[in-house]
Ligand binder design. Structure first.
Ligand SMILES: Cc1ncc(COP(=O)(O)O)c(C=O)c1O
Ligand SMILES: [Zn+2]
Length: 415
């Protein structure tokens, strides 16, 4: 049976005339892509689980790509789901798991989206891919464009540290610094450029970038068919929450699971428009001016494309939204590294900070199965690690000096 991939407006049901139109012509809403899965049966679950291909492409039937020959893959997906015993003890959550997406090819969750997005770009014959980003998306789009043989143009707001975009540059992207703010001037110029030059839009306004649905499939697989009680996801644009919800719903529709987990959006309190909208019971997200935060990768004040859909997913899954302060985020980052051996960037550690907060207020019960997505590698932002200047002052090459330094370190880090 041929795979059927359809674009439609989630608000008015309108269907566009072409596969390269991403917005509804009447309500300007970002279109939704649906993939027909009606041909799958109960018997298909096990063979898919056992497939030799361990990447997200094991779930090809669920992804909006027509031909396997179009696939652009760097081996993304099937990242470890680790039982975090020591961290779980600290947080009093007996069944705490960490989904370690720091291990994805470019070091962040963006690879799940861009592998799918770039495969579609090839099917639609685009030659240049573009994105606005201060780091992770830039690196990922640049890497997948390189693998696909497309050019990439990355737009970044002024003030972004050069070190943040070197990874994208290394993959061959054209990096353009723009004198403007991420959510406003840069976003405007980006839209205009996509239209004027016919570049392939790799933001969440691209309906095909639904690769984060693979979180749902992988979690069910890795938990041997069980569904976690909670999945906590560091949230900026809302793609992850929305895509996971869609993925779990697909498995429910097929009867492969009987319910989805409660989904939680973890944000930084310096840029928490989704938390604010959730708490106020709104149906759409009101833009905020994002403040500075250590959680740089999720510093988005205006999740215009998919914020409202993330809200639907949070509500329908009986989940919630939690904002973490920088102090809470850095503590979570440090605990995750020192108790589990996973170095996640601060933005990624907001999921662990949120788990701690939800446990503290009794929303998470001690025996609940809780998954925290760790969505980006700590080496993306090494300057977030706090240390005393004196720690790295060279010591005399003597055993006594070594003993003193080791003691000093133990004293200074004792809690
Ligand atoms: C490290 C990290 N975590 C999470 C996200 C979440 O994005 P989204 O809400 O679009 O899934 C991003 C991207 O912005 C990110 O870079
Ligand atoms: Zn519409």
């Amino acid at each position: 049976m041929a795979k059927e991939i359809t674009l439609r407006c989630p608000k008015c049901g309108h269907r566009p005339a072409s596969k390269t139109i991403f917005y509804c012509s009447s309500c300007r809403c970002v279109l939704e892509v649906n993939v027909s899965i009606g041909h799958l049966t109960r018997a298909d679950f096990e063979p898919l689980r056992q497939s030799r291909d361990r990447s997200i492409w094991r779930w090809f039937d669920f992804l909006p790509v027509e031909r396997r020959s179009s696939i652009v893959s760097l081996g993304e997906g099937d990242t470890p789901l680790l039982r975090a015993k020591r961290l779980g003890e600290k947080l009093n959550i007996a069944n705490l798991y960490l989904k370690n997406d720091t291990m994805l090819p470019t070091g962040s969750l963006k690879d799940r989206s861009n592998s799918v997005g770039m495969s579609v770009a090839r099917e639609l014959s685009f030659t240049t891919a573009t994105v606005i980003s201060t780091g992770n998306a830039a690196a990922s789009v640049a890497a997948y464009a390189a693998a696909a043989g497309l050019k990439s143009v990355v737009m970044i707001p002024r003030g972004t540290a050069v070190s943040k975009i070197l990874q994208a540059r290394a993959y061959g992207a054209t990096v353009v610094v723009i004198d403007g703010d991420f959510d406003y001037e840069v976003a405007e110029l980006y839209k205009a450029a996509v239209e004027e030059f016919g570049w392939y839009d790799c933001l969440s306004s691209n309906p095909y970038r639904l690769g984060k649905k693979s979180y749902a499939y992988e979690l069910v697989d890795q938990l041997d068919g069980r569904v976690p009680d909670w999945v906590i996801h560091p949230t900026a644009g809302g793609t992850g929450i929305y895509a996971m919800w869609k993925g779990f719903q697909e498995f429910v529709a097929l009867g492969w699971i009987d319910r989805g987990p409660k989904l939680v959006a973890a944000q930084s309190d310096a840029a928490a428009p989704i938390v604010a909208a959730f708490e106020k019971g709104l149906n759409k997200v009101e833009a905020v001016v994002a403040r500075e935060t250590v959680a740089e990768s999720i510093r988005v004040g205006n999740p215009a494309s998919l914020g409202w859909r993330a809200l639907v997913a949070l509500r329908e899954s009986n989940g919630t939204a939690v904002a973490a302060s920088d102090t809470e985020t850095l503590e979570a980052q440090s605990l995750t590294a020192s108790l589990c051996g996973i170095f996640a960037e601060p933005a990624a550690a907001t999921s662990v900070a949120a788990a701690k907060k939800l446990r503290a207020v009794g929303a998470i019960q001690t025996d609940d199965v809780v998954v925290c997505n760790l969505t980006g590698h700590g080496l993306k932002q090494p300057e977030a690690i706090r240390f005393a200047e004196t720690e790295f002052v060279p010591i005399a090459p003597t055993l006594q000096a070594l003993k003193d330094r080791v003691r000093q370190f133990a004293d200074s880090t004792a809690t």
